[in-house]
Ligand binder design. Sequence first.
Ligand SMILES: C[S@@+](CC[C@H](N)C(=O)[O-])C[C@H]1O[C@@H](n2cnc3c(N)ncnc32)[C@H](O)[C@@H]1O
Length: 419
Amino acid sequence: MKPEISEVNDAKEVRSFYERMPYPAPLTNLDRHLELYQNPERKRALFHLMFPTEKPRSGQQILVAGCGTSQAATIALREPDAQVTAIDISETSLSHTRNLQHKYKLENLELHQLAIANVQDLDRQFDQIICTGVLHHLSDPDLGLRSLREVLKPTGAMHLMVYALYGRTGIYMLQEYCRLLKVGTSDRDLQDLSTMLDVLPSDHPISNVLHQTKDFKHPDALADALLHPQDRAYSVPQLFEWLDRCGMSFGRWFEQATYLTQCGMVAKSPHTAHIGKLPMRSQYAAVELFRGTITKHNFIAYRDDYPNESQPIQFDEAKSSSRSRYRWRQYIPLRLPWTMSIRERLPLGAVAIAINRAHTYPDLILPIDAEQELLLNAIDGKRTLNEIIQIAAGGVNEKRSLKFFKRLWQYDQIVFDAS
Ligand SMILES: C[S@@+](CC[C@H](N)C(=O)[O-])C[C@H]1O[C@@H](n2cnc3c(N)ncnc32)[C@H](O)[C@@H]1O
């Protein structure tokens, strides 16, 4: 543990906020995580979300930048054969992480009180950088992202989450309201704020956040959302401009169905075909405007000099280069561990509904018919698409099967091990 604080001056106000109001609410018990991580498929699926065409790397260097109270400990628990380095400017957040480190004997975790702008002081390069809910709090997010890029290996990947602009309109209105009334972070102020939310008009622009976020009225969450001294948000076009400026390239959305014209209600709009002809970035921008309530952008990004094609998943044989012509046949589909099938309130013809519990939009459910269920059940983490299609060949047409797997992928039900 490096004791001195190395930080640029403008991080001081944010640091003092997180010293007083660490977020997320600290955890003292990771037993539930431990249980989940017994399943090695979880780690494998997460790896291939970032690196679809690679074999899992052993001994990875992982940086958790702005680790907060528990994120770094959970990652160290999940990735016992990786070396996890975590930095944060708040000693309070680090001390909660340190308690978890001792309790779970996480010898693969190293903690530093360090600002992102000074991350080069670590003198290390990383395979993965995880920085969620942090860069939008920096006075200079460009400097923050460029600093992280400097310590990312050219073959590495970043998992980033930053606030989304339009869906946070209500939050910015209430931040302004709190500034007008000089609402502070005392218990009494937070209690009053929580009560105030109960009497807000039900169609206030913040209502989407109140519905989407389970713990929003918890004092820590409330302070982080409404009383934060510094935050900004990005529309989709602003996000891409930011990545371009900082030498990064977009890989994929963590939950891509939210942004795809092929998924959910957007697919039923009379404009769907038109949107589908736009460049990908404009399609995502259009879907963000269509949905109107996206509050976070959670995504994977690479250095712009990443040596290979980072996310080459491709189902369209006509569009594939001759080298990759039949490559999809060799993909091994992996079910994302936080997905599930339910059998209630089924639409006509469906035998199940596939859902991804990380989706916040109810229109992103995927009804499955009997033929499709055969294919879904044949996913075992070992069989390739080709093998699955052969197994089911008795009753299932190849073209229809492939279309279904593409849909499962678009709806965040599966990722592919294309290594
Ligand atoms: C909202 S919390 C997110 C924590 C964690 N990433 C997660 O997703 O659970 C933001 C964290 O970033 C830290 N932070 C803010 N500015 C920072 C900076 N410039 N350098 C390093 N950490 C910073 C804060 O102290 C806080 O712990």
